[in-house]
Design a binder for this molecule. Sequence first.
Ligand SMILES: [Zn+2]
Length: 305
Amino acid sequence: MQFFDLHSDTLALVGENDFFSPQAPINITYPKLLRGKVAVQCFAVCVPQTSVDSVLLGNEFIRRFDRITSEGNMPVILSADDVASASAQKPSALLALEGADMLAGDPDGIFRLYDKGVRLMTLTWNNSNPFAGGIGENAAGLTPLGRQLVANCHKLGVVMDVSHLSEKSFWDLTEVSPCPIIASHSNARALCSNKRNLSDDQIKAIAHLGGTVGINLYPPFLSDSGTAVLDDVIRHIEYMAALVGTEHISIGTDFDGVDNNLPRGIASPVDLPKIVAELCRLGYSTDAIDAICYGNAARVFTQVL
Ligand SMILES: [Zn+2]
């Protein structure tokens, strides 16, 4: 069994931590990707305009991505062929933009970032920006600039990610999507009422477009109590499996974006096989488990890239 992790914030932490050291106090390191059998790891550039110079810091995060992939000789996922040749023996990296703030309102800026390797894009973080409304404010939908940016992403073959979007932005995006979309790191709102989670109708819409939802391991998104164990992760998988089937569920850990606030017993990619063991015990077929851990995400990227 191998894994495709749709979301991490590790780029925020590899400025001061050694990605290749087994001792580095971060969730994701190269040795832990290998031990956890992660074949594809997404690395998000998350630089919302609210607090920082998003252009400057975004470029710094992309330099960090270039540095770890070249130092580690990690394959970078740029095409469907790259997805086909990805292997847990040699983890691949995929560059994601979480919030388009660093485009500074220019929808054509994505052409430059595509050249730098971006293949997954969330239009907003929680804040709204010139392209769309974010879930933190939850009012606006896609703006005319946002619609241009989405059209550019479709032209280039960049997967659109709805995690963090306002509900209006979500529905605006589904209306213009000719291809699968994903929610890289969001759970079911029916089980945990956090607004970052998805309603049943949203999960069904993602499934209808052929997309997939990455289960997020952050306890406040897993349980209204704010604390969580492995069973809470499984509960969200079982809920979505009953709602739309196992072919629309993936993993989006949010590792290194949650201040080590994780379900008991899960601290890094090394613990991901615990999800497999529990799904096995519950009687899920090997095919279904492989789809959740890897195949569904690989299908979407293969189709869109
Ligand atoms: Zn996020």
